[in-house]
Design a protein around this ligand. Sequence first.
Ligand code: SME
Length: 163
Amino acid sequence: MFKKISLPTSKKETYELLITSLKELISNDDCIMSILANTTSLIKYFLKGVSWVGFYLYVDNRLKLGPFQGLPACTTIEIGRGVCGSAFEKEQTIIVKDVRKHTNHIACDADTKSEIVVPLKVNNKMYGVLDLDSYQLARFTKTDQYYLEIVCNIVSQILSTLM
Ligand code: SME
């Protein structure tokens, strides 16, 4: 059973707790979809100011909506399109501080103001991306990038044992 805890105020401590909880929650799971679903749930629980978090997974040469938390979202994203498709193509994290100033952005929720997309590689091959949105401008920083890349590495290591 998942135990709710009082959340620290500092970003660093919050992410460290998130990472400890993530390892406990997913390391003994043997189902890829459950692992991805619980990862999005933990991120939504721990991080303040996140309106949407989810995975887009590489299926049939494009990205398809995977497990997520938040409002319904775009189901298909072509490689290179939007922040998700660009992060996937470049195999690099992209932080968008103001989506209105970013030409290659796909709006799934008109209230979204900022976004971060982190690549998810399994066995050194692009598997999908982790996408977080916020209704706040410039919600995501290099600190978020640092820790969310660790989150994706943990997920990647566990997924690699199941494929
Ligand atoms: N904004 C993303 C699309 C996915 S939604 O934010 C959930 C993009 O530009 O790729």
